[in-house]
Design a binder for this molecule. Structure first.
Ligand SMILES: NC(=O)c1ccc[n+]([C@@H]2O[C@H](COP(=O)([O-])OP(=O)(O)OC[C@H]3O[C@@H](n4cnc5c(N)ncnc54)[C@H](OP(=O)(O)O)[C@@H]3O)[C@@H](O)[C@H]2O)c1
Length: 244
C-alpha cells in the first residue's frame, strides 16, 4: 500500500507519515523543505521499515502540480491514500491591508488544494481506487471577524470536497473531509484559551481509522461538531458584534 502526505513538515503531516508508515504503507513525504522531508522519510524508515521517499512540493507552483502527482504515482506504483495537509493561516491583520497576503492564504488553502485534488483524481479515477483526505478546518464553517480570509478559503475547500465526493464516488475513489479543531502545532501556538487542544498523533490515528471505516466527513476532535452547530446557529446580527 502507498500513501503521500502533501505538506508533510507540519506537526500534523509528520504524525500522518509516522502513522501510515507504521501501518505498512510506503509513504511519499512531500514538502517544500526537501532536506526536512528527507529526514522525516528516513526517520519513518528507521522506525517502521520501508523505503519511504522525499519529494519536493510547492503548493503555489500550480504549473508543477500535475507532474508532481504523476511523479509520486510513478515512484510508488500508484497512490492508495493522498493526504492534502498543507495550509497557511497567514495573519488576518496583514491580509486586511495587503491583498497579496490574503491571496497567498486563499491560494494555498483553497486553489492549490483543489488543483492537487484534481491531479489526484486524474491518477486515481482510471484505476478506480484510492482515498483523498482533505484537511480542512472548523474555521471554514462560519465566517468570523478574526480569521475570515483563512476561514473562507478552508470553507471553499470543504465545499469543493463535498462536490468532489459525488464525482469520485462514480470512479470508485473515496473522499474524506477532516474538519480539524485545535490541534497542537505551530499554527495554533498561543491560541489555546479554554478549549482543549488535541495531539497530532491522536489526530493521525483518528484520520487513519476513518479512512479504514469509509467515513465521508468528520470533525476532530469530535466535540467540535456541537460547538460548530451552535456557532452556525448564531444570527448574523449578533455574530457581527462578537469578537470571535
Ligand atoms: N493546527 C490546527 O489546529 C488546525 C486546525 C484546523 C485545520 N488545520 C489544518 O491542518 C493542516 C496542517 O496544519 P498545521 O497546524 O500542522 O499547520 P502548520 O504547522 O502551519 O503547517 C503547515 C504546513 O503547510 C506547509 N505549507 C504551507 N505553505 C506551503 C506551500 N506553499 N507549499 C508547500 N507546503 C506549504 C508548511 O510547510 P513549511 O514547513 O515549509 O512551512 C507546513 O508543512 C493545514 O491544512 C491546516 O490548515 C490545522
Amino acid at each position: 500500500m502507498s500513501a503521500v502526505v502533501i505538506g508533510a513538515t507540519s506537526a500534523i503531516g509528520r504524525a500522518m507519515v509516522r502513522h501510515w508508515a507504521s501501518r505498512g504503507h510506503i509513504v511519499a513525504v512531500a514538502a517544500r523543505d526537501v532536506a526536512e522531508a528527507e529526514r522525516i522519510a528516513q526517520d519513518a524508515s528507521v522506525r517502521y521499515g520501508g523505503a519511504h521517499v522525499a519529494v519536493p512540493f510547492d503548493a503555489l507552483d500550480f504549473d508543477g502540480h500535475k507532474a508532481f502527482i504523476d511523479g509520486v504515482a510513478g515512484r510508488l506504483g500508484g497512490i492508495d491514500t493522498a493526504i492534502i495537509a498543507f495550509g497557511d493561516m497567514g495573519e488576518q491583520s496583514e491580509s486586511e491591508h495587503d491583498f497579496d497576503a490574503a491571496r497567498r492564504v486563499i491560494d494555498t488553502n483553497f486553489t492549490a488544494a483543489a488543483s492537487i485534488a484534481e491531479a489526484l483524481m486524474a491518477v486515481m479515477g482510471p484505476r478506480h481506487t484510492g482515498t483523498i483526505v482533505g484537511l480542512t478546518s472548523v474555521a471554514g464553517e462560519r465566517g468570523r471577524r478574526s480569521n475570515y480570509i483563512y476561514g473562507s478559503a478552508k470553507g471553499a475547500f470543504t465545499l469543493y470536497l463535498d462536490g468532489l465526493r459525488g464525482r469520485a464516488h462514480g470512479d470508485g475513489v473515496h473522499v474524506l473531509t477532516v474538519k480539524l479543531g485545535f490541534i497542537d502545532t505551530r499554527m495554533t501556538w498561543g491560541l489555546g484559551g479554554k478549549i482543549p487542544i488535541a495531539s497530532p498523533d491522536d489526530a493521525a490515528r483518528a484520520v487513519y481509522d476513518a479512512t479504514r471505516a469509509g467515513t465521508e466527513s468528520m470533525y476532530y476532535p469530535h466535540f467540535w461538531a456541537p460547538i460548530m452547530a451552535t456557532i452556525r446557529a448564531i444570527p448574523p446580527s449578533i455574530m457581527k458584534r462578537l469578537s470571535l
